[in-house]
Design a protein around this ligand. Structure first.
Ligand code: ADP
Length: 174
């Protein structure tokens, strides 16, 4: 049974077995969550990402997939990098966004992670509307078959936090 919890703030301040990064396919850093994770997690994460680019992910990490590295200086054992789809008004990419959550939980299961912190994937630079991003996140995690005990959505601001509270349909501690 997976418990879904919510927190508001900076995901790099969380303590969890695994922290999920809303990465881009280059795996070599970016803005938003990605920039924060590399800044606070230190160079060990980027070093492993570079190794992944030099080996099985020479073409980058495809959208909807996930891969783990060390968490460096973060209070976690692993960072799970996943690449969300860019929002498109003309094309339904929901399945790719759902795939990010499923694939990340699959990697977490393979590692034996029991607590996993997720950001609201794709809802920043990639432009996904927050309410729909929250819907897909919650529905996908609820439907997932996983041994992860706690999935914690870590929402950067009040607006995102409220969207997840509405979607979960019950009040949650910060
Ligand atoms: P994407 O490129 O997948 O949209 P972003 O990192 O730009 O990824 O944004 C994803 C979500 O994470 C957005 O809602 C953004 O406000 C939020 N966010 C940005 N920085 C942080 C952070 N340090 N901790 C938690 N959430 C963050």
């Amino acid at each position: 049974m997976t418990t879904i919890t919510l927190a508001q703030g900076d995901i790099t301040r969380q303590s969890a077995d695994a922290i999920v990064n809303a990465a881009n396919s280059s795996l070599l850093g970016g803005g938003g969550v990605d920039g924060a994770i590399h800044r606070r997690g230190g160079p060990a994460i980027l070093e492993e990402c570079r190794k992944l680019r030099a080996s099985e992910y020479g073409g980058g990490l495809p959208t909807g997939r996930a891969v783990a590295t060390t968490a460096g200086d973060l209070d976690a054992r692993w960072v799970i990098h996943t690449v969300g789809p860019v929002w498109s008004p003309g094309e339904d990419r929901s399945e790719l966004l759902a795939s990010c959550y499923r694939a990340s939980l699959g990697v977490a299961d393979a590692l034996g992670a029991r607590t996993v912190a997720f950001p609201a994937i794709s809802t920043g630079v990639y432009g996904w509307p927050m309410d729909d991003g929250a819907r897909i996140a919650v529905e996908t995690v609820r439907a997932a078959r996983t041994s992860v005990e706690e999935v914690r959505f870590v929402l950067f601001d009040e607006r995102a936090h409220e969207a997840f509270v509405r979607r979960l349909g019950r009040p949650h501690a910060r």
